[in-house]
Design a protein around this ligand. Structure first.
Ligand code: SAH
Length: 463
């Protein structure tokens, strides 16, 4: 279950910076798995001493003493998004404990000429334009980003839209951000609008709105269900790996759920235990044909995919999901990161980022055939298909100082090298069936013309 060193791959060719880094675990996976009851969640625990973990830990200890062990999903939800105390909600940790691609790109850009940064985030913007063109340039589209962090990725995409303003001149574009963290939505507002936003009343679907520096309306929501229906492009970049997972362990007596309980040896600390019998989640989430001994399932990601599938089937558009992940093969991937270092997932909840790799095979299953799925494809292949090599050549030709060239080559290696990032970060797309099998009614090409390939998963053809 314990996995060796894995570096955190990047989406953007950030100049010389890594992503959310994954280093050796400080504890042995879900070690110390003991049956609940031998822990102190049964109500017999001595009173907890004041503890260093702060608000979330105190809250969890009270809860554990009152009601017994929690699922890992409940634990993760509290640690990340507990109102006021969670890792994201309390202080908006993006960029402090991990560096995601858009963040790295920004830092890189501030160190070299901004226009020279190898911004692969911009290639994501081009991906949406290419899908918009393949659909026959609909008169309007919404760009919906889930978990935008500081807003750096949307900012890059808006830059691409602005550079290609003549192409989009007749298109009504709007931006819709799904963000649960008040702190991070403030950062996003600052970055995208210069702080010119207004809060909405409780009865409106969007809790905040503003206008981007390039004149595009932006809205903020707490959940995807609040975003208006309509032709939309969705983006989830390092979002699904922050959603809560359930963990299961195969035992001689059958599948058991991994739970979080108070450590009886140290009443202000937590430990993993196994459920004494199967739980509702074990019954629902473990497939009879499962061959692994340890399985992680993220039902919230499943629900999200179902919602996206319904929306894309009904209104058209596409979703691009970019994350660390696997195709139903990995086991224990639950990790914590603090200050760019691995952090014990059970220590000081609320102070560290917690992540688990995305199971793309589960996402495919949850799409339930309503829409087509493409991928997962490795970052290295996706970026090659998106023309990163050509972009790199142009950047190198236009860089006249050796330091910038070196930096460019270094970042290209970080991104594309299979041993570094190239093989670890994946892209996965959701598209209406007609995008792959028959010309859309709005498609401007006649039915005899073949549909253009989906960029990134095939060649990029901007015609
Ligand atoms: N996409 C950004 C940030 C990823 S971090 C990037 O790649 O840099 C995860 C983001 O998802 C944060 O903005 C966090 O506040 C948000 N988030 C986490 N759980 C969420 C939830 N349940 N609903 C909405 N946003 C959530």
């Amino acid at each position: 279950m314990v996995q060796p060193w894995r570096s955190r791959p990047l989406l953007a060719a950030a100049l010389g910076l890594g992503g959310r880094r994954r280093l050796p675990r400080s504890r042995g996976g879900t070690a110390a798995l003991l049956p609940p009851g031998s822990g102190s969640g049964s109500g017999t625990a001595p009173a907890a001493r004041p503890c260093s973990g702060g608000g979330v830990l105190r809250h969890l200890l009270l809860k554990l003493r009152a009601t017994g062990p929690l699922t890992v999903a409940e634990y993760m939800r509290e640690a990340l998004t507990n109102p006021g105390q969670g890792y994201y909600t309390r202080r908006g940790g993006v960029g402090r404990d991990f560096v995601t691609a858009p963040e790295a790109r920004r830092e890189a850009a501030s160190r070299s000429s901004r226009s020279r940064a190898v911004s692969v985030c911009q290639l994501v913007g081009i991906w949406y334009l290419s899908e918009w063109m393949a659909a026959g340039k609909p008169a309007a589209f919404q760009l919906v980003e889930l978990g935008p962090g500081t807003g750096a990725l949307t900012e890059d995409i808006l830059r691409v839209f602005n550079q290609l303003a003549s192409l989009l001149s007749k298109c009504d574009v709007s931006i819709h951000l799904v963000e649960v963290s008040p702190k991070l939505s403030e950062s996003q507002a600052q970055m995208l609008t210069g702080g010119k936003v207004q809060s909405n009343s409780e009865d409106e679907a969007a809790y905040m709105k503003g206008i981007s520096k390039t004149g595009i309306p932006i809205y903020w929501y707490r959940g995807i269900q609040d975003v208006p229906q309509g032709y939309s492009f969705y983006l989830a970049h390092e979002f699904l790996d922050a959603l809560p997972i359930h963990k299961f362990q195969r035992t001689e007596k059958g599948w058991r759920e991994v739970l979080v309980d108070i450590d009886p040896e140290a009443p202000d600390q937590l430990r993993f235990v196994l459920s004494p019998s199967s739980t509702p989640a074990t019954e629902n989430f473990i497939q009879p044909e499962e061959t692994r001994d340890h399985v992680e399932v993220c039902p919230e990601a499943g629900v999200l995919i179902q919602r996206l599938a319904c929306r894309i089937e009904k209104d058209g558009g596409a979703a691009l999901i970019a994350d660390y992940g696997h195709d139903g093969t990995k086991t224990d991937t639950f990790r914590g990161f603090q200050n760019h270092k691995l952090h014990d997932v059970l220590k000081a909840p609320g102070t560290a980022d917690l992540t688990a790799d995305v199971d793309f095979s589960y996402l495919r299953k949850m799409a339930q055939g309503k829409i087509a799925t493409l991928g997962p494809i490795k970052q290295r292949e996706f970026l090659k298909n998106m023309g990163v090599d050509l972009r790199m050549q142009v950047l190198l030709q236009n860089s006249h100082d050796s330091a910038t060239r070196e930096q460019l080559l270094h970042s290209y290696d970080m991104l594309m090298n299979p041993k570094k990032m190239g093989d670890r970060f994946h892209f996965f797309a959701l598209l209406p069936h007609y995008r792959l099998t028959q010309p859309h009614k709005e498609h401007h090409l006649q039915s005899k013309s073949p549909l253009p390939p989906v960029a990134g998963f095939g060649e990029l053809l901007l015609k």
